[in-house]
Design a protein around this ligand. Sequence first.
Ligand code: AP5
Ligand code: MG
Length: 190
Amino acid sequence: MLNIALFGAPGAGKGTQSSRLIEKCKLTYISTGEILREEIRKGTELGLEAKKTIEAGKLVSDDIIVKIIEKIVKANLDGKGFLYDGFPRTVAQAEALESILEKNGIKMNAFICLDVPFDICVERLLNRAKTSGRSDDNEETIKKRLVEYENKTAPVADFYRKHGTFVAVEGVGTEEEIFERIINSLKGCV
Ligand code: AP5
Ligand code: MG
């Protein structure tokens, strides 16, 4: 069973490359951002709470996120594996994921970091804002999301460097070029 995480700043291309990777590897896709947006669309209690946090460019609490992940992992252990997009996003989430995987007898195979300079991320997100309908795709919130990334999410890279599963992939280029780099970085995993 494969466990792959796609990591990177807001706008690094996690969602874009995830679509290609799940198509190729037939993995269960877990995007915490998509899950939260679905809760917002449905108007659930979690959605109402998450909406405020997302619009402030902040991270939703680790407890909520970890519960969501644990439930999905347990329910899909008969599949080929998991692709995590936008998770783990704090060191506490990374530690919790390790323990969930261990409890279920599986492990992280590759933690792929898409390297994209912040100015390119901003450009991509402002461009996406024209059509995305995402309330966090505006200049002010994008800036806050990048600060949150730098402070709370970037340290997760070091966690996986120590873990030995960290792979850096250049995230600038065409979508096809980047996908090819990702597949090459997985060396025999897929
Ligand atoms: P989330 O939905 O995860 O958003 P994000 O990390 O901010 O990243 P994005 O989805 O904006 O970007 P992406 O990397 O997926 O890029 P994409 O492929 O779309 O999280 C949203 C919020 O939810 C968070 O701020 C937080 O509040 C909350 N949240 C989520 N997970 C959480 C967690 N684990 N813990 C706590 N809170 C959590 O590409 C961007 C644009 O660029 C697109 O328009 C795309 O078409 C374009 N593009 C992609 N690739 C290229 C390319 N190679 N060249 C040119 N353009 C490209
Ligand atoms: Mg995304």
